[in-house]
Design a protein. Structure first.
Length: 64
């Protein structure tokens, strides 16, 4: 749950920066948010979540 919340906050910050910088207009941003909302309620949501969890674990396991 903490990873999901962190990803949501990070993506929200990136989206705000892109909108304020003029690189992303409000219309496409709304479409992206709606896509994410509907993707979360689809049958593929579990697979996406498992992939992101695996990716986060892989990244956190990298020793520099």
């Amino acid at each position: 749950m903490a990873i999901s919340l962190s990803v949501v906050v990070l993506l929200a910050i990136i989206m705000v920066v892109l909108i304020r910088g003029g690189n992303l207009k409000a219309g496409p941003a709304v479409v992206a948010v709606l896509f994410g909302f509907f993707l979360a309620s689809s049958s593929i949501a579990g697979d996406v979540n498992a992939f992101l969890t695996s990716l986060a674990q892989t990244i956190s396991g990298i020793k520099l």
